[in-house]
Design a protein around this ligand. Structure first.
Ligand code: GDD
Ligand code: MG
Length: 351
């Protein structure tokens, strides 16, 4: 079996005001009435292949996690609580050490909790394709066909030949725009989906080699962890000594045993309102409107009211994001979607 490890620590500030510090986007009902986190857990529980998932999150979200899992009838294998977010490398390492103590041969599948992948069966089939490579001590990434020079993703340069998996030549995390454009032009690059499949012993070996500085602090944090109401609280003292770094920079850019499964079904990282607009169903004028919103003569815009007592009406809008919640309204040019995080810091400064 494979143990899913769901990473659930991000704050998703670019989807403010729906995504909040205390209730980030992965838990919100962005697309339908299942949250992205719930959809992730369901995607990884639809076959006998998968063991109960391990969720790595922080203290603020622990009850949202248990509540949302129980809503979809999924039992977590463990919930690891980080004293503070140190990015994905420490989170993956903590989960790997936790599993290693139980079964060093175990396979784990690291999954972000904020992606949309409508075809769960296609994804499970892709995971199946990756399994063979694990026998050879390889670590498996999933590649998405890119359609624009996005700078927020990792890029996978593929070797020419392969079977179920294709050897990875080079991993480039978050390139600048010129580099991204060059890679798109070159053509033999896929986006990194941010999902990883490996044996516990292999990721531990890779972290020791590529990011050995993490091992001391994170091992101590796991060894000294406290069980609290069924949550495993990593020890804050040692955890504070772990470097804040993503698994992509810490390991994937450096490891030499990576293989890729190209994934051809739908995948999107709903990172901001422009991505939401791109991904959701639009009317003939390119407008995404939810039940609480009305668009009159609008085009290429997204209008959402998240509060039942709040009607949102747009007239003559073009390329606009308008989102109303109970206590905040965002109105922005769609091209400025990435800057919504500025709103969050501006409000923080106001106190
Ligand atoms: N537990 C925990 N702790 N989870 C975290 C933390 C943390 O400190 N930081 C981030 N996460 C979770 C996020 O909630 C998300 O589900 C996942 O880990 C990935 O983190 P992001 O911060 O969203 O990464 P990214 O989008 O910038 O980049 C990654 O994903 C891209 C695809 O969406 C990379 O893997 C890229 O290479 C990739 O293309
Ligand atoms: Mg992301």
């Amino acid at each position: 079996t494979i143990t899913p490890v769901i990473l659930c620590g991000g704050s998703g500030t670019r989807l403010w005001p729906v995504s909040r510090k205390s209730f980030p986007k992965q838990f919100a009902q962005l697309v339908d009435d299942t949250s992205l986190f719930q959809a992730t857990a369901e995607r990884l529980s639809g076959s006998a292949r998968f063991a109960k998932p391990i969720v790595v999150t922080n203290s603020d979200f622990r009850f949202v996690v248990t509540e949302q899992l129980s809503e979809v009838g999924i039992d977590p294998g463990a919930i690891l609580i980080e004293p503070e977010g140190r990015n994905t490398a420490p989170a993956v390492l903590a989960a790997a050490l936790y599993l290693h103590a139980r079964d060093p041969e175990a396979a784990m599948l690291v999954a972000p909790s904020d992606h949309r992948m409508p075809d769960g069966a296609a994804f499970r089939a892709a995971v199946e394709k990756g399994m063979g490579a694990l026998e050879k001590g390889k670590m498996v990434l999933f590649g998405i066909q890119p359609d624009r020079p996005e700078t927020g993703y990792g890029y996978l340069e593929l070797d020419t030949n392969g079977g179920d998996t294709v050897p990875l030549k080079r991993f480039v995390e978050k390139p600048d725009i010129a580099t991204a454009e060059k890679m798109i032009e070159q053509g033999n690059f896929l986006w990194n989906a941010g999902i990883f499949l490996f044996r516990v012993k292999d990721i531990l070996k890779a972290i020791e080699t590529c990011a050995g500085q993490l091992v001391g602090p994170v091992s101590a944090a796991v060894e000294e962890a406290e069980v609290d109401l069924g949550f495993l609280r990593l020890a804050p003292g040692p955890w504070a000594g772990a470097e804040d770094i993503s698994i992509d920079y810490a390991v994937m850019e450096k490891a030499d045993n990576l293989e890729v499964v190209p994934f051809e079904s739908g995948w999107s990282d709903l990172g901001g309102w422009d991505a939401m607009w791109r991904d959701l169903e639009k009317d003939g004028d390119g407008v995404v409107c939810n039940a609480g919103a009305t668009a009159i003569d609008c085009s290429s815009s997204i209008l959402r009211s998240e509060h039942e007592a709040m009607e949102l009406v747009g007239i003559g809008l073009k390329d606009i994001v308008a989102v109303a919640t109970r206590d905040a309204v965002l109105v922005a040019h769609k091209d400025r979607s990435q800057d919504v995080k500025l709103a969050v810091s501006a409000l923080k400064d106001k106190g």
